[in-house]
Design a protein around this ligand. Sequence first.
Ligand SMILES: [Zn+2]
Length: 277
Amino acid sequence: MYLGAHVSISGGFDKCIDRAVGLGANCLMTFASSPRSLKTRTFSPQVIKTYLAKKARFKIGPHFFHSVYLVNLASESKALLTASINSLIFYQRLAGTIDAVGTIFHIGSHKGQGLSSTIDQIVAAINYVLDSSPKGTKLILENAAGHSGIVGDKFEELAEIIKRVGDRSKIGICLDTQHAFASGYPLDIVLDKFDRLIGLKFLSVIHLNDSLVDFSSRRDRHANLGEGKIGLETLREFITNLKLKTKTFPPLILETPGINRSGPSKVDLDLLKSLVT
Ligand SMILES: [Zn+2]
């Protein structure tokens, strides 16, 4: 069973492994570049080597990348679309180099013109990124929290996009419990809905977060486990359902604010472990 958290790479790429180990995690998620910019970067072979050696030494499992926040495949701006595609390709190639699972990303948002007017562009962009992605890496679409113009809050939208992608074996879905809750999916039935509309075989990873905001409030605001509107018992029930319904239990990744918004702490990871056992 893989339980982990979003950790930072600041101070050196391999430092993410130290941070995961410090939390007691056995899998992790990171950015690979500044999350507030679409600029790509390079890592020297020595940096990669140090990271891989450390990852092996501490027996850390799957590494997921999270794309930068500015990625928007539904954008009307050609420049932003191109930069988004280039950023995703950079992430996917790096994922191939470090043997990461792939890149989790939010599809993006449009200015209210509806999915039908942007879906061709989104699918073409995804296909282009997949064609440029190394073998064995996945592009992982995350369900969104549902503010106006966002794509991928509804499972029907994710299903529609997947249906039109060329190579579906390279596609996964990240289900974020806070985003689902804020988009009006009760967590006790969310997996059944997911299975019916998308198919659980696409479920690659879970972002396990509590919610600072109310059910169906359509806002993306994470809370520490047990400190939000979802609550520990519902999260525990969700994990039990996950065990029952999935063939392979997906990695659970925390994206909780932690103490003083410094990110998930060991206390959060310990709490997650207690929910899973
Ligand atoms: Zn998330």
